[in-house]
Design a protein around this ligand. Structure first.
Ligand SMILES: O=C(O)CCC(=O)N[C@@H](CCC(=O)O)C(=O)O
Ligand SMILES: [Zn+2]
Length: 340
């Protein structure tokens, strides 16, 4: 017989239970929180919350911890689950709450074997390590969740924190929309949540948010909420706006947003992905250079033989620069300001 995961969850919370379970398989446990709400622990770090009243307007995925050391998003998910279980939050929309990579979380690392946020959209296929298996499991759970839902809208917010500081402390990455329009109501939601910087994706990718966008037409985003810090060092007040608005979505309460206006935002288009082509790859920037720092035309940003990058226009900026990645992967994004 398996331990009483329900009681451990109720007593210790979702985060502590997930630390304990790590990547152990469990039998699904379901129970009623009240006459309105059913909770199901589907797997370690995957909690389904459903109102019995099926008239919800939005099926919502809130994920965290796809990178194990990005603790603030995990704490946000933990607090939302606690509020649902204590009935401080009324649930009117179905929601799937996720802590993505419990093994890396317990190691306090971004990942153990392979960056999980490059493994979605089938990029896990043919790989047998635990992060590939977990990416496949997350894809299956999200697929089942969206397919079983009847709401008119699907949303997925994949919450992260960045390795570096940033000129704009919070920002969203909008995955490549596959020909769909950029959603102004979604940008209005971010502005109301204290996020006015959005990076518009330019091509398909192996990220969790692109998976939900591409496969399920969900409004899906990678949401960067600040800089990586260890557990216990995040200030919950820094995340209050987005956390309150996620709670409002769960409760189907109106979010206090204003009509879209380009001038309220810093919108960036990806000009080019910097790919690491050789072991000689290096970046000519300081380790603590902030995301969205910009350069003058002619500055040699990267050294990589014939693939070295020289800035082509004044104002080109860099996001997610990282030379410590495998050959063939993204070493940074060259971005420039845009409007929609
Ligand atoms: O700070 C960094 O260099 C990386 C932060 C991070 O994990 N970002 C995501 C962005 C995913 C996306 O492009 O949607 C990642 O690299 O996986
Ligand atoms: Zn991340």
């Amino acid at each position: 017989m398996q331990p009483d995961w329900k009681n451990i969850l109720l007593q210790q919370g979702f985060l502590e239970l997930t630390k304990t379970l790590e990547n152990k398989a469990i039998d699904v446990v379901s129970w009623k929180v009240n006459d309105n709400t059913k909770v199901s622990l589907l797997a370690s770090g995957i909690l389904l919350v459903e109102p019995f009243d099926t008239s919800g307007v939005c099926d919502l995925v809130i994920s965290s911890g796809v990178h194990g050391n990005e603790t603030a998003p995990i704490e946000i998910v933990d607090r939302l689950v606690a509020k649902i279980l204590t009935q401080d939050l009324v649930v009117r929309n179905r929601v799937l709450l996720i802590i993505g990579n419990p093994v890396a979380m317990n190691l306090s690392q971004r990942f153990d074997i392979e960056n999980m946020n490059r493994l979605f959209n089938g990029h896990h296929v043919g790989k047998n390590h635990h992060e590939a298996i977990r990416a496949a499991q997350l894809e299956n759970m999200v697929s089942d969740f969206f397919v079983a839902g009847t709401a008119t809208e699907r949303r997925h917010y994949d919450l992260h924190t960045a390795i570096r500081g940033s000129k704009y402390s919070k920002f969203a990455v909008y995955p490549f929309p596959d020909g769909r329009d950029w959603s102004k109501p979604q940008l209005e939601f971010f502005l109301a949540s204290g996020i006015n910087t959005v990076l518009l994706g330019h091509q398909p990718s192996g990220t969790f948010s692109y998976f939900s966008s591409h496969r399920f037409n969900a409004h899906a985003f990678t949401v960067e909420l600040g800089k990586v810090k260890p557990f216990g060092e995040n200030n919950p007040e820094d995340f209050a706006l987005i956390e309150d608005n996620l709670a409002k979505l769960i409760s189907d309460e109106a979010v206090n947003s204003k009509p879209f206006d380009n001038s309220d935002f810093n919108l960036f288009a990806v000009k080019q992905e910097l790919v690491k082509h050789s072991e000689e790859f290096s970046l000519n920037i300081a380790d603590d250079l902030e995301n969205f720092s910009d350069f003058k035309r002619g500055f040699q940003l990267s050294n990589d033989g014939e693939h070295s990058y020289i800035v082509e226009q004044d104002g080109e900026a860099i996001v997610f620069p990282n030379a410590k990645i495998p050959i063939g992967q993204r070493a940074g994004l060259i971005v420039e300001k845009t409007d929609i």
